[in-house]
Ligand binder design. Structure first.
Ligand code: BTN
Length: 258
């Protein structure tokens, strides 16, 4: 399996700061941890930490993120968002992945609230945002983006039924370099948009697969069931229960009900 061609990534970059500092390792435990070290030692905003493989890739809720060499993308990006924009960091990452996938492959991804990216109802990208809150304001966020690009998920029993990759759907490999460059280009555009106070809500809502579906939402405190009705201006999910009442889900994990 070829390693990532960083020259080709740089060639496709049209950004001012995201990806202009690039840290690459053939293999790391998790790019999240290396990106945190970089952030702690003053890495500029937009630093991207990349690895061809991760030996301890992690997802939300302490899950393992399967990270084989040579097939996928595992960037972690150092951002320093304002507190009021923190909420949008994972959302714009999902939008950037969706836009980049569309641009490079012609496929049309959807988003599962809040920021899983899906193709044909199966997940091919997960996003993990970890923010350092020491001091009076958040110091930095690490935005970890795991994209299944060329992996054949049937090789991995744990995800064989629930995940997919663009290459599996297209029947041919996809350039990881072109996808990564497009992803970083879109991420910077969206990040600047949010920083200017412009909403990304309309695009996110339009790409949302969850709305109108019967779902179960697990929050840190409860499990709620009902119809996913809408997202509000803050990105929260509005769920209508069977008794007609509504509940606002701020954070949690959504699954479809059979
Ligand atoms: C999820 O689906 O729960 C989130 C998955 C996030 C995976 C990415 S891969 C790059 C970065 N490094 C990690 O260890 N995790 C994130």
């Amino acid at each position: 399996m070829p390693e990532l061609d960083l020259e080709r990534v740089l060639h496709g970059l049209k950004t001012g700061f995201i990806g202009r500092s690039l840290v690459y390792r053939p293999s790391v435990a998790s790019t999240m941890d290396l990106a945190r070290q970089e952030a702690e030692t003053g890495a500029p905003e937009g630093t991207v930490v990349l690895a061809d493989a991760q030996t301890a890739g992690r997802g939300r809720y302490g899950r393992v993120f399967i990270s084989p060499a040579g097939v996928n993308l595992y960037p972690s990006i150092v951002l320093r968002p304002e507190t009021e924009h923190l909420r949008w960091t994972g959302i714009i990452a999902a939008l950037a992945v969706a836009r980049a996938t569309e641009e490079v492959t012609g496929l049309h991804p959807r988003i599962k609230w809040p920021n899983d990216v899906l193709l044909e109802r199966k997940k091919y990208c997960g996003i993990l945002v970890e923010t350092d809150f020491t001091g009076t304001r958040p110091q930095y966020s690490i935005v970890g983006i795991g994209v299944d690009v060329n992996v054949d998920v049937s090789d991995y029993e744990e995800i064989a039924e629930i995940a997919t990759s663009p290459a599996m759907l297209l029947g041919h490999p996809v350039s990881r370099e072109d996808l990564l460059a497009a992803l970083l280009n879109h991420l910077e555009r969206l990040y600047l948009q949010v920083r200017r106070g412009e909403s990304v809500l309309d695009e996110w809502r339009a790409r949302m697969d969850t709305l109108g579906k019967e779902i179960r939402a697990r929050t840190p405190h409860t499990v709620e069931e009902g119809t996913a009705e809408d997202v509000d201006a803050d990105g929260n999910l509005i769920l209508r229960r069977a008794d007609g009442s509504t509940v606002t889900i701020i954070a949690g994990e959504v699954t479809l009900r059979a």
